[in-house]
Design a protein around this ligand. Structure first.
Ligand code: SF4
Length: 375
């Protein structure tokens, strides 16, 4: 067990585009949550190993009191057998945080708990846009959060930004990127807005109150961001993720290279290299299962060799590593190279930014040539 994910489901409100399984709470049941996750960890019996990465995602992990995070990480690492090698000195420990939860005091405790990377849900530097998204922070909080993180010794900072917003918001994407770059984050994650069923955004669209921009706007903003960030020293090592040299997310890279990981908490997924398991998604159902001594695992899927191969290809094409030349149909490659969607380099096929915009299409054709269909 080298990669551990903890899902913290709590949020203060639901963002307009979010369909995650979250528990909206004014009062965060931190003690109950910490106990439940620790019990799940013990029952899973997967305490052997040398942790390389630990990731607290959500939800909003930064809503947990810093002391609760500290005691959770302390107890988890104490549980890991083989203490000499259980915790590596160079372990990457990431906390997802909302800018408004970041203060000098909270960062000091997170740092003492072992957190050395923080992913901030910035999304935009425009207060009107943040309100439309139902975010709980304003733009000024983002810079203040970055300053507080650096001041208390956490330099490895990632910012999340959302692009391709509805036209009527008049969101200035170039300005938002400039603001983000000016904070010198070591990493940025860019997500195009999507409409998920039963979200506030879905309802607004259904009643004609807003609509998503045309596909070319999505492409223009993505390609602009790619150029702008690349010119500023960032490397897109995955379709949605760019980092300065030496600052890739090692945890997420483990997912993209199909390495095993253990996930704890409601809705958390685990993968042992062959079987994918996932927990019940609702906090209450998870809490009840743990307190009644039942497994919180809702279901599992055993991947066949073929499925593992396909998933590996799909994930690899998402990354700058690309896939081996031998995995691609030679008859398609010529056309893809001519169209500027892929490049051939050192026996690998790698997507260009334009290719990443057509990732689904490329993958579908790749699979079809192999007589398979992506699930
Ligand atoms: S903070 Fe994140 S998880 Fe919570 S509602 Fe917003 S997008 Fe969803």
């Amino acid at each position: 067990m080298r990669h551990l994910y903890l899902h913290v489901p709590f949020c203060v409100r639901r963002c307009s585009y979010c369909d995650f399984s979250i528990a909206v709470r004014k009062r965060i049941p931190a003690g109950e949550y910490v106990n439940a996750v620790l019990q799940e960890f013990v029952r899973r019996g997967e305490q052997e190993g040398s942790l390389e990465t630990l990731y607290l995602g959500g939800g909003t992990p930064s809503l947990l009191p810093p002391e609760a995070i500290q005691s959770l990480l302390h107890e988890l690492t104490r549980q890991i057998r083989n203490p000499q090698s259980a915790i590596r000195n160079d372990m990457e420990t990431t906390l997802e945080a909302n800018p408004e939860d970041v203060s000098a005091a909270s960062v000091r405790t997170w740092r003492a708990a072992g957190v050395n990377r923080v992913s901030l849900g910035a999304q935009s530097f425009d207060d009107r846009v943040l309100q439309w998204m139902h975010r709980s922070h304003d733009a000024a909080r983002i810079g203040a959060a970055v300053q507080a993180l650096r001041g208390a010794g956490i330099d490895n900072i990632s910012l999340d930004l959302i692009f391709a917003l509805p036209e009527e918001l008049h969101r200035d994407w170039e300005r938002d990127l400039d603001m983000a770059i000016s904070l010198l984050p070591s990493h940025l994650s860019l997500y195009g807005l999507t409409v998920e069923p039963r979200t506030p955004l879905d309802r607004w669209i259904s009643r004609g109150a807003t609509k998503l921009p045309a596909d070319d706007r999505y492409a223009d903003e993505y390609l602009y961001a790619h150029r702008r960030l690349t010119a500023n020293g960032y490397h897109f090592y995955e379709v949605s993720n760019a980092s300065l040299n030496g600052f890739i997310s090692r945890h997420n890279s483990a997912y993209w290279s199909a390495r095993p990981y253990l996930g704890l908490g409601p809705a958390a997924h685990s993968f042992d290299g062959r079987v994918r398991r996932w927990n019940v998604s609702a906090w209450e159902a998870y809490r009840r299962a743990i307190s009644e001594g039942r497994s919180p695992i809702e279901s599992e899927e055993v991947l066949t060799g073929e499925q593992r191969e396909l998933e590996g290809l799909y994930l690899a094409l998402r990354t700058a590593e690309g896939v081996s030349l031998s995995a691609c149909p030679p008859d398609r490659l010529t056309a893809w190279v001519a169209a500027g969607w892929v490049v051939l380099d050192g026996g690998r096929v790698r997507c260009t930014p334009e290719g990443w915009l057509r990732l689904d299409e490329l993958v579908a054709k790749l699979f079809a040539t192999k007589g398979l269909s992506p699930s």
